[in-house]
Design a protein around this ligand. Sequence first.
Ligand SMILES: *Cc1c(COP(=O)(O)O)cnc(C)c1O
Length: 399
Amino acid sequence: MSVIYLDNNATTKVDEQVIEVMLPYLSEFYGNPSSMHSFGGQVGKAVKEARAQVAALLGAEDSEIIFTSCGTEGNNTAIKAALAAQPDKRHIITTQVEHAAILNVCKQLEKQGYTVTYLSVDRKGQIDLMELEAALTGNTALVSTMYANNETGVVFPIEQIGLRAKDAGAIFHVDAVQAVGKVPLNLKTSTIDMLTLSGHKLHAPKGVGALYVRRGVRFRPLLIGGHQERGRRAGTENVPGIIGLGKAAELELLHIKEASKREARLRDRLEQGLLSAINNTEVNGDITHRLPNTTSIGFKYIEGEAILLSLNQYGICASSGSACTSGSLEPSHVLRAMGLPYTTLHGSIRFSLSRYTTEAEINRVLEVMPAIVQRLRAISPFNNDQANWLQGREEAFAH
Ligand SMILES: *Cc1c(COP(=O)(O)O)cnc(C)c1O
């Protein structure tokens, strides 16, 4: 059985062309890019080229790109750098729906005496700019928000956030791991000071990423050691990964327009097909400001995990809004922050497409889903009368 991979926000397939350009750097060209000899020097040149490719995708200068090991490292570095650059400021603003690589860093910083404001989101997963304005003070060192949410695909009003952050004299960092390659970026004309991206979310391999740091923004490295990355990220470069990321960036730039359109069309077909075939189903999040490849759908009165297991039997890979935390079924912090009702919270599934997704794959999902949901609902403790009762209670006690 072939796999139907609709979990591209978790990770993506490495493009064949990316693998091809990487291979020589795993065998023949093993020199250290920092070496004085030309054997290492030619590797250094290839790294330089990859930096230019990543910069081109972002509309940035080559010197503004620092290669990292992953999105998590980029986020950690950005936060710590912003705080180190402004030692007198002790306040951070972020949102309730960030990735753990932001939220858990902020939680740790709270323990160290920093104050963190976690902006709320509305039912559509959008933040309120007035809440941001009210939270900003002269003590705010950093505003860090994601560009697009990994669970719902909801895109934040980035430039509006940035303008307000700038007005207050705060550094503006954006976790754009889900946005890079899916929405066009031009950082030259943006308010973004720092931006995180990750290779494995855009058809490069795992273990490589990049952090954009705008020229002139004061920066302190997280990893201290040798002089790699102009002293901004020590450690001998992951050369094959970097070469792969460069090629992946080039391919994203090449494909972004037509791939986004195509993915959005297939995503909409999937979404509308499921909504019309299955009752008590709704889309989570702001569909007018959303990534082209993502849909999060709540199938009321059943467990998302049960749907995933059933889909798995057909070789279909998707993801549930909930993460299994130490054996207990903990619903997603993102959907919870949106104030979704209990029944939707537990029965939500994310489908995330890529440029490899085919119409036949979408059709297959549309073919199998109605029966899966029907079967699970038939054995659900929340069926029929109970469902109606619960719906009534949810409405009565709506947030
Ligand atoms: C995947 C992801 C990350 C983490 O990136 P890694 O490279 O896996 O560390 C951070 N933020 C968002 C929004 C993501 O989707």
